[in-house]
Design a protein around this ligand. Structure first.
Ligand code: SF4
Length: 178
């Protein structure tokens, strides 16, 4: 039977609860001291490693302390300041759910979305994940993806959300797509 939106929301909240218990250390590896810095670091991290972002933001956050500071400099200067991240900052990106390779893979395996495009996956997740959990949800999926729901061979047996996961090897008998 097809899962309704409210059943999907309910299942997602159960997944969040179980993942929080399994990964209490799931937190952002990006250095930041406020929500605005976290937003900037998260945007930059779409194109490179967290380590690279932390190196760049060490100087960036000394120079740019508030949103207006980014608007004061010529675009070329800002571009140069973040050049090594491979990203030219997307001004005005709204707060949402960060979708990286882990979030995308786990969202498919958990059947939280059918979309392939990161922007569309994010939109689906924003509809079913409570707003207060948006940032945390991405961290939980990233940690779970690194430790348990690995791309090539997910460890479904010890997985805390196995009962809520339609793609579990224990149910389907085959390794889900990565
Ligand atoms: S049951 Fe398996 S496929 Fe589903 S989330 Fe857990 S590890 Fe991933």
């Amino acid at each position: 039977m097809r899962e309704t939106k409210s059943q999907l929301k309910e299942r997602t909240e159960k997944i969040i609860k179980l993942l929080k218990r399994a990964h209490p250390d799931a937190k952002c590896a990006l250095h930041h001291s406020n929500a605005f810095e976290l937003l900037i670091a998260t945007i930059l991290s779409a194109q490179c490693t967290d380590e690279r972002v932390n190196k760049v933001t060490a100087d960036l956050f000394r120079k740019y302390r508030k949103p207006e500071d980014y608007l004061k400099v010529p675009a070329t200067e800002l571009q140069e300041d973040i050049r090594t991240t491979g990203f030219f900052v997307a001004y005005g990106k709204a707060e949402g759910v960060v979708v990286d390779t882990h979030v995308s893979r786990l969202s498919h395996r958990l059947k939280l979305t059918k979309q392939k495009d990161a922007g569309k996956i994010e939109k689906d997740l924003m509809e079913i994940v409570p707003r207060k959990n948006w940032i945390e949800f991405a961290h939980l999926l990233i940690f779970h993806g690194r430790r348990i729901c690995k791309a090539r061979r997910p460890l479904c047996e010890p997985c805390v959300v196995e009962e809520l996961c339609p793609s579990s090897i224990l149910k389907t008998g085959k390794v889900p797509k990565s």
